[in-house]
Write a protein that binds this ligand. Structure first.
Ligand SMILES: Nc1ncnc2c1ncn2[C@@H]1O[C@H](COP(=O)(O)OP(=O)(O)OP(=O)(O)O)[C@@H](O)[C@H]1O
Length: 249
């Protein structure tokens, strides 16, 4: 991911204090312990390792079964309204995010939720569409867009709310190369802190910090390039083997 102008770089702090999460008695995240400041954080892990669950937990959409998760010192699950300005999440599947018929309504919604008058929310939403070169999408029915285009609508919706931290769950999934390049540039200019979830170390190559999850456990956390390289080597070893029991899940 392209780095933002260092002058404009804003950092965030993520604290995970003995965080565990069980769903229906099954451990999904296990005793995660971390305190780190970052501008760009990558979260790497294989399918089913717990990356999406961790992003929801950091964003306050799920509460841990044990322990505490703090973003910039605050528990996002405790005050949902305050969390709207603190953290924005882009889900892996746009169909889990989109609720309104047109692009303008979708992008305006979060802004109105933040307390803006409808007219101001729509003006800000139009300005965001303009910034992404998509002013002509305002009245378009979301249902008529492709999956990649819907992904972009979701991204514009969260960016419009200007949260201090943006959590992106596989933002490049299903995007064609030019769209991915444009999106990468747009994200590079996002002045706030960013958490980027991916299974591909190349996607998060420029992150200053990287977490590596495996089966709900933190394998490593530290300098982005170092953790990314260690992850890649481990994945290549697994990929070179013939043992099908190594397949994720
Ligand atoms: N609501 C849920 N109910 C039951 N199990 C769940 C639920 N959400 C996640 N899980 C399980 O938790 C584990 C981690 O899932 P998660 O989606 O967080 O992984 P991931 O690393 O994001 O995977 P992928 O890369 O495939 O998207 C999986 O085994 C999944 O089946």
């Amino acid at each position: 991911m392209t780095k933002a102008d260092p002058q404009a770089q804003q950092k965030a702090r993520l604290q995970l204090e003995a965080v565990s999460l069980e769903i229906d008695g099954r451990p999904i995240l296990r005793e995660l312990e971390l305190s780190v400041a970052f501008h760009r954080m990558g979260v790497l892990g294989r399918n089913g390792s717990g990356k999406s669950t961790l992003s929801r937990l950091i964003s306050g959409l799920v509460t841990p079964s044990a322990g505490r998760a703090l973003l910039n010192g605050a528990d996002m699950a405790a005050d949902r309204r305050a969390a709207l300005s603190e953290v924005g999440i882009l889900f892996q599947n746009p169909d889990h995010q989109i609720i309104f018929p047109t692009v303008l309504e979708e992008v305006s919604f979060g802004l109105a939720q933040q307390g803006r008058k409808q007219r101001d929310a729509e003006a800000e939403a139009r300005a965001t569409l303009e910034r992404f070169g998509k002013a002509h999408w305002a009245e378009v029915a979301v249902a008529t867009l492709s999956q990649g285009q819907k992904h972009l609508v979701c991204l514009m919706s969260v960016v419009a709310m200007a949260p201090r931290v943006l959590v992106l769950d596989e933002p490049f999934a299903g995007l064609d190369l030019p769209t991915k390049m444009q999106l990468r540039r747009a994200l590079g200019q996002f002045p706030g802190a960013l958490i980027h979830v991916s299974h591909d170390p190349e996607d998060i190559a420029d992150c200053d910090v990287c977490l590596w999850l495996d089966a709900g456990r933190l394998v490593e956390a530290g300098e982005g390039a170092r953790v990314g390289a260690a992850y890649l080597e481990a994945m290549r070893k697994l990929g070179a083997g013939d043992d099908l029991s190594d397949l994720s899940g």
